[in-house]
Design a protein around this ligand. Structure first.
Ligand SMILES: Nc1ncnc2c1ncn2[C@@H]1O[C@H](COP(=O)(O)OP(=O)(O)OP(=O)(O)O)[C@@H](O)[C@H]1O
Ligand SMILES: [Mg+2]
Length: 359
């Protein structure tokens, strides 16, 4: 297909890395009475096998909707209108499954959800049922995918609750979720997500509601499982300290698009896109020591309209005339480090194949 035919050097190099998830030109829109919200508007990103990818960007830039799109658990009326979500369960040489093509409530997607790919959300009460005990929900998740006896499944559930730091796990396993504190619920949810040993864990602010000591414990757990079980991770968090500890690669999103991608060091030490630089200066722990915090000037534009040129031009301290007219193509600024900005390319955004946002 034209996408591959027009692949450039960066994209070919990208094809050689071992990915477990490869999102191409993903568009997830909300059609509302007031207009169309392009929450995710042509996202390209990859998660490498056994590696962790962090997604960063200001509130509303599309981080959660991107991650929810992977398993099509997008809130109504949102839906995927274009793009591919290629999942490589075993090795990249295998034929990928395009998750975006699967039926939303179909058997195939249900089989992948929980077993191959697990999700941990911001709000645990949405994912946990109030009418079953914590143990029953974990046992259910296990037995849905593996033929364990009830007794063995219960043992594994207790083990997992212990691993995520729930005290007295053999008692807590019989509690209902509404009997748990917020932090305990979040840990129960993480236990449920990890119990089947997923190949990919998608975690959206997984530890925000949890106190700092337990947070460190859970992040350690995720990291050790990542090594022990060859798990890959897609992590969304506002805490850049956590990002720095946990991830290998980062994508920076702005208005539903990836504007820069690279390794942790590329983004922290060699940020190229003016938006990433501004983001760094505005967030404590991201900016270099001794520099004052700065506010990114201007506001995120209203969600129903999109600028004609570069999405960031209105707020960009380096904007040139053409930035208000054309949208820049993704440009390589280093080895597996790309930025979508006319400071680094003369090319305008065109067919998907030219979008070498590639990791
Ligand atoms: N249920 C919905 N209906 C309509 N628009 C929505 C809905 N959920 C999200 N959006 C829109 O999609 C865009 C992206 O939202 P998303 O939740 O992905 O942002 P985010 O980057 O995760 O932000 P945050 O950091 O605050 O969690 C926003 O403009 C938001 O208004
Ligand atoms: Mg979010």
């Amino acid at each position: 297909m034209s996408f591959l035919r027009s692949a450039d050097v960066g994209y070919r190099r990208f094809l050689m890395t071992d990915r477990i998830l490869d999102i191409q030109n993903l568009k997830t829109y909300f059609h509302t009475q007031e207009g169309v919200i392009r929450a995710v508007d042509g996202v390209y990103l990859s998660v490498r096998r056994r590696k962790a990818l962090g997604i960063v960007g200001e509130s509303g830039c599309g981080k959660s909707i991107t991650s929810l799109s992977v398993l099509q658990v997008i809130p109504s009326p949102g839906r995927i209108v274009d793009g591919r979500v290629l999942f490589y369960p075993e090795a990249e040489s295998d034929r990928p499954v395009d998750l975006a093509q699967l039926k939303r409530h179909g058997r195939e997607l249900r089989r992948i959800r929980g077993k191959d790919i697990s999700l941990v959300f911001q709000e645990p009460m949405v994912a946990l049922s109030p009418v079953y005990t914590v143990g029953n929900q974990i046992i259910e998740a296990l037995r849905l995918h593996e033929p364990h006896s009830k007794r063995r499944a219960r043992e594994l559930a207790v083990e997992m609750l212990d691993k995520v730091g729930i005290p007295n796990p053999d008692v807590m396993v019989d509690r209902y979720t509404f009997e748990l504190s917020g932090g305990m619920r979040q840990r129960a949810l993480i236990a449920m997500a990890l119990v089947c040993g997923p190949k990919l864990l998608i975690a959206d602010e997984p530890t925000t509601a949890i106190d700092v000591t337990i947070q460190a414990q859970i992040l350690d757990l995720i990291r050790s499982l990542q090594t022990d079980m060859d798990m890959s991770v897609m992590l969304i968090t506002h805490d850049l300290g956590v990002i720095a500890e946990m991830v290998d690669d980062i994508v920076v999103m702005y208005l539903g698009k990836v504007v820069e991608s690279g390794s942790l060091h590329d983004i922290f030490d060699r940020a190229s896109h003016p938006y990433t630089v501004a983001l760094q200066r505005s967030i404590p722990r991201f900016q270099r020591r001794g520099q004052p915090l700065e506010v990114i000037r201007g506001n995120v534009p209203d969600p129903y309209t999109r600028p004609q040129g570069c999405e960031f031009a209105e707020r960009c301290p380096k904007a040139m005339n053409r930035c208000f007219q054309d949208k820049p193509a993704m440009a390589e600024v280093g080895d597996r480090h790309s930025a979508k900005c006319f400071l680094f390319t003369d090319e305008v955004e065109s067919a998907p194949g030219r979008e070498a946002n590639v990791r």
